[in-house]
Design a protein around this ligand. Structure first.
Ligand code: NAD
Length: 261
């Protein structure tokens, strides 16, 4: 299937985990992809892999999504390079500092808000005009079940706050942009085996990365272990494609029933 032939996507946090798996899946279905990430060596590995699949389909862009000036420039460069923009996957995120509220510093709090919330805001702010111009577009934001589960993980108060905020932001954006035929949806994964705890190093053999992850038995009733980035990539590609043309403002949980326990 070539659902994305002739389309251009920006994927933030594309150097690792969910972003990387989505970049690979989308490129294999014809998309041109700007890989936004601040860890340049990881992003270059993904860029090389995609360009070996289809020459010229990937552009690595070294950018901190929470930096307004650099984001504006990165989006401008992408649109100039590929000639337009159809899909935005606002996915970059950090766990940030974890601990009891009284022990977290204001810097800890602000860093998590700045990457997870301001980064998401900027990922929409600078890209929306290009999709409005086309009269069509699809935006997907990565939240987490930690944003709205009845018990969030202990110590994750800044993270959970940002993940809940992303859901509200996505819904407001969906309402605002519906008349321009730009759709906005938000996904809430449960535990997914990625680098988010920074336990693994960049690796040329992407497929061979083994991720050690604490995962108590039964945490996801549907599965024996955490979800895979590729599971999430399939959902994101559905939301990015015309197959989901009547879906906007939706929050889709992808967690093997983890949040129901
Ligand atoms: P990951 O660490 O493997 O990948 C995240 C990527 O984002 C990294 O390459 C990192 O360098 C990049 N990044 C971080 N801050 C950035 C910034 N300021 N600017 C640009 N790039 C930045 O983690 P992942 O699990 O793939 O995380 C992707 C998203 O999924 C995050 O928003 C995370 O909150 C969310 N999520 C993850 C899980 C999970 O269990 N892994 C569960 C729910 C939600």
């Amino acid at each position: 299937k070539q659902r994305f032939a002739g389309r251009t996507a920006i994927i933030t946090g594309a150097g690792s985990g969910i972003g990387r798996a989505t970049a690979i899946q989308m490129a294999s279905e014809g998309a041109n992809i700007a890989l936004f990430d601040l860890v340049n060596d990881r992003t270059s590995i993904v860029e090389r892999k995609l360009n070996s699949m289809r020459e010229g389909c990937a552009l690595a862009v070294d950018v901190d999504t929470s930096d307004p000036g650099r984001m504006e420039e990165a989006v401008r460069r992408t649109v100039e390079h590929f000639g337009g923009l159809d899909i935005v996957f606002a996915n970059a995120g950090i766990n940030g500092s974890i601990g009891p509220i009284e022990e977290l510093s204001i810097e800890d709090w602000q860093r998590t808000l700045s990457v997870n919330l301001t980064g998401t805001f900027l990922s929409l702010k600078y890209t929306i005009p290009h999709m409005k111009k086309k009269g069509k577009g699809s935006i997907i934001i990565t939240s987490s079940i930690n944003g709205n589960r009845r018990f969030a993980s202990f110590g994750f108060s800044p993270y959970s706050t940002t993940k809940a905020g992303q859901v509200a932001f996505a819904k407001m954006a969906a309402l605002e942009l519906a008349k321009f035929k730009v759709r906005v949806n938000v996904i809430s994964p449960g535990a997914i085996a990625t680098n988010i705890d920074e336990s693994t190093e960049p690796n040329e053999e992407l497929e061979s990365i083994i991720i050690p992850m604490e995962f108590p038995e039964g945490q996801q009733p549907l599965a024996d272990g955490p979800g895979k980035p590729e599971d999430v990539a399939k959902l994101v590609c559905f939301l990015a494609s015309d197959e989901s043309s009547h879906i906007t403002g939706a929050q889709i949980v992808i967690d093997g029933a983890e949040s129901l326990l």
